[in-house]
Design a protein around this ligand. Structure first.
Ligand SMILES: Nc1ncnc2c1ncn2[C@@H]1O[C@H](COP(=O)(O)OP(=O)(O)O)[C@@H](O)[C@H]1O
Ligand SMILES: [Mg+2]
Length: 447
């Protein structure tokens, strides 16, 4: 087996020598960095198994800059070193993804066990990744961002069942990626390239449902002035995604079940039976078992649809995904934005009842608020998420002005977003002139 390699980040030559010798004595290969730049260079050139990071190294970097290194070092485990009094800092580091911490001055015995534990985690992760890759070659994320265990399991499940034809039932809270999973199942299965048709069951009026799904023939009811294909026919050869299936009216549930049992159906007013080949994927944020007890969902349909079950979890239960998803959204905004440590911490500390959808919305608005700045600030985030930023309230002077300005900026950003950044339309919505809007945008640093 190759020697395991450790990156030691510390700027004190005496400590570098001492700690370096201890680690070398334990049989590890050690490289040393003293500044954030050196960390970047060494990480780019080497495959480290572990990083030992001293968080307080002025002037090399401040604790904040040390914390900022953490997200970029994943998935390599990081053990942070802090002074005895820095419990707070250690906890912040862990919330940002550090694996463990060591108090300074270091005790060589504790160093040894902590390093061994971290390397064991690293080795197990490697092995797991290898097994996953062997079982399922192709290791892209399929658009499912996140490095939590939940996401890793979700991806491996999607990869395994995508190539099959079994029905899939996706359950989970709203905004957790159920539709994204349905699309990934389609895109990575044998039906990729064929249609993916989503039926948003909650959005179709009950009286139109049958026609929407099965289609109708000319003259079959008032207003049916020509033949029209339904969504099931449109999905032939591909995937039919029944979104929010719990919202489907009971009479429709009976008709859908009949189609699922026979594989064929009649359009409204149609005389010939149509046969299609579709894969069924359903999703719901409701507890279908409760609905079955209440007799608002048919159990026979449930058993037809159930197939393999996939559960998406609430974002708050996988806080580690928050930083990764947030950074990828920020990087994709135009112009690309960054999130510094305080912003990441703020995001991680929230509960996100609307899950990824809410996170996405908050970041897009915050990116717009940040205007020309490269970093999205905590104030931008608080404002975007509808919270009055603390700074607006602690300002000694101009308390009212500051809050009014903040509110004005928020209203302008919202109006711009509502109107696809069309200045004329946004100005009309706000009841001001276009020139007035442009002046205000300039004052708020908005483009
Ligand atoms: N793991 C994830 N990685 C990246 N984007 C995600 C993830 N989960 C959800 N999203 C995004 O969040 C939004 C809501 O997801 P969606 O699939 O519509 O949720 P649901 O159907 O559960 O309400 C979408 O824009 C989706 O692309
Ligand atoms: Mg949805």
């Amino acid at each position: 087996m190759n020697m395991q390699s450790i990156l030691l980040v510390d700027d004190e030559p005496a400590f570098q020598r001492l700690c370096g010798n201890w680690l070398a004595g334990l049989g590890y290969l050690v490289k040393v960095a003293a500044t954030a730049e050196q960390v970047g260079e060494l990480v780019a050139q080497n495959n480290f198994d572990l990083v030992l990071l001293d968080l307080a190294l002025p002037p090399s970097f401040t604790p904040e800059e040390g914390l900022a290194l953490l997200p970029g070092l994943a998935p390599v485990p990081v053990v942070v070193m802090t002074g005895h009094a820095d419990r707070e800092l250690a906890l912040r580091a862990i919330s940002l993804g550090a694996w463990d911490f060591l108090p300074k001055p270091l005790d060589p015995d504790i160093l040894r066990v902590v390093v061994e534990r971290a390397l064991t985690k690293r080795r197990l992760e490697h092995e797991l990744a290898e097994w996953r890759a062997r079982a399922l070659p192709n290791d892209n994320t399929m658009g499912l961002t996140g490095n939590s265990n939940d996401l890793a399991e979700l991806r491996s499940l999607v990869r395994r069942i995508a190539p099959t034809n079994v029905p899939v039932m996706i359950t989970g809270p709203s905004g957790t990626g159920k539709e994204l999973v349905a699309r990934a199942l389609h895109a990575h299965g044998k039906r990729a390239g064929k249609p993916f048709v989503a039926v948003h069951c909650g959005a179709i009026p009950a009286e139109l449902f049958e026609s929407e799904l099965f289609g109708h023939c000319k003259g079959s009811f008032t207003g049916a002035d020509r033949d029209r294909n339904g969504l099931i026919a449109a999905a032939d050869g591909g995937t039919l995604f029944l979104d929010e299936v719990g919202e489907m009216p009971l009479p429709m549930q009976v008709k859908l079940l009949r189609f699922l049992q026979s594989g064929s159906f009649f359009a409204i007013g149609g005389r010939s039976e149509q046969r299609v080949d579709v894969r069924i994927v359903a999703a719901t944020n409701r507890e279908l078992s409760v609905m079955i007890e209440e007799k608002s969902f048919r159990d026979d349909l449930y058993y037809r649809l159930k197939g393999i079950q996939i559960r998406t979890s609430a974002l708050a239960d996988r806080a580690g995904d928050i930083t990764l998803i947030a950074q990828s959204i920020a990087a994709r905004s135009t112009p690309p934005k960054r999130l510094a440590v305080p912003a990441l911490e703020w995001l991680v500390s929230r509960t996100w009842p609307g899950n990824v959808r809410e996170l996405q919305h908050c970041l897009q608005t915050a990116a717009a608020l940040a205007g020309e700045q490269t970093d999205i600030s905590v104030e931008d985030l608080a404002l975007a998420c509808g919270e009055v930023p603390a700074t607006a309230l602690t300002e000694e002077t101009g308390l009212l002005e500051a809050q009014v300005a903040t509110l004005e900026k928020r209203l302008i950003v919202t109006a711009l977003e509502d109107n696809d950044h069309n200045h004329t339309h946004a100005a009309r919505q706000l009841g001001i002139s276009r020139v007035g809007l442009l002046n205000k945008m300039r004052r708020h640093g908005l483009r």
